[in-house]
Write a protein that binds this ligand. Structure first.
Ligand SMILES: NC(=O)c1ccc[n+]([C@@H]2O[C@H](COP(=O)([O-])OP(=O)(O)OC[C@H]3O[C@@H](n4cnc5c(N)ncnc54)[C@H](OP(=O)(O)O)[C@@H]3O)[C@@H](O)[C@H]2O)c1
Length: 296
């Protein structure tokens, strides 16, 4: 195991930082931040990963994640989210290595009427993004799997870090709790909050499994999210309660109260059956993970 290298692309992002804090088969990963490796540049990708060999793994945590910005910056979103994984997959396939590509619940429409979690690959005809971001990420999934038939796509959702200074939903709620007597948070969008450390631990398990049972996840689309689900209002209230504040200071509102350039899915809970079926450990319930994250 220790003979194989793990590369993290997008190492400076929320997930990238969590991955860089971990070891894989006992070894530290090699990370490239956006300044060191621009995934939109095919030649730069080939040169940065020139040392790649059989059994090595590249985790793509690089993404254009400005969901509203993508609506008007389509070319940039596709360059990073679709061409990026295509470049990476070409290199991993040529080297006999594997690409693990991270994707999103936004590949689904998340129509309000739905009440059962979305399933992965087998029901992918349902993947029908309503945003440029989601469409660019779906194109990236296809590019990863087409370019590297052993690639694994891991969709996640509502990723949070939770530190007092972190730039995610939980960190933002902590700052709002300290700054404002009352806030309003949307209560008609349901999903599964995912603690970034749990996702990173799950990806470590997935990578280490590729060295023992490569076929278990080769060419597959899988979901890895925190267990359970809730609305953004539920999450905000749990943050308030978790820091000892009154959760009733968070008032429910509707998506229509806060119009955004990119429509948000009303229901984007993902089934984690594929993850379990591959023999991987399900991520813990988001409420327990939130408690852990608030201690950061
Ligand atoms: N956050 C969520 O709630 C969420 C939900 C579902 C799925 N995901 C997926 O999870 C993955 C990780 O997301 P995250 O939360 O860690 O996002 P993030 O914090 O925005 O990190 C993305 C990283 O990608 C880098 N990047 C952007 N353009 C690049 C390029 N051309 N070349 C190389 N790197 C580039 C960014 O660097 P700069 O900052 O320097 O541009 C940033 O460090 C993404 O695939 C995302 O789609 C996230």
């Amino acid at each position: 195991m220790g003979d194989h290298a793990v590369y993290v692309v997008g190492a400076g992002g929320q997930l990238g930082r969590a991955l860089m804090a971990r070891t894989f088969g006992g070894g530290a990963p090699i990370g490239f931040g956006s300044a060191e490796l621009d995934v939109t540049d095919a030649a730069a990708v080939a040169s940065a990963l020139a040392g790649l060999g059989p059994g090595d793994v590249v985790i793509n945590a690089a993404a254009y994640t400005d969901v509203d910005g993508a609506e008007t910056d389509r070319a940039a979103a596709y360059a990073v989210n679709a061409a990026g994984p295509a470049h990476l997959a070409e290199v991993t396939a040529a080297a006999g290595a594997r690409l693990i590509h991270v994707s999103t619940d936004y590949v689904f429409t998340g129509e309000a009427a739905r009440t059962v979690p979305f399933e992965p690959a087998d029901l992918d005809p349902e993947a029908a993004p309503t945003t440029v971001y989601g469409a660019s990420k779906l194109a990236g999934e296809w590019a990863a799997l087409r370019g590297d038939p052993t690639a694994t796509v891991v969709r996640t959702s509502w990723v949070f870090t939770g530190g007092p200074d972190s730039n995610d939903f939980v960190g933002t709620m902590r700052r709002l709790e300290a700054a404002r007597p009352e806030i309003s948070v949307v209560d008609d969008q349901r999903g599964s909050p995912t603690y970034v450390d749990d996702l990173a631990d799950g990806l470590v398990e997935l990578v280490e499994q590729t060295w023992v049972v490569p076929a278990a996840t080769a060419g597959k689309v899988m979901h890895a999210t925190g267990a359970g689900d809730g609305t953004w209002c539920d999450l905000a209230r749990a943050v308030f309660a978790g820091v000892g504040a009154d959760p009733q200071r968070v008032h429910p509102c509707t998506t229509a109260d806060f119009p955004r350039p990119a429509p948000r899915p009303a229901f984007s809970v993902l089934s984690n059956d594929s993850w379990r079926a591959a023999g991987l450990t399900p991520l813990r319930d988001w409420r327990a993970a939130l408690t852990a994250s608030l201690d950061r």
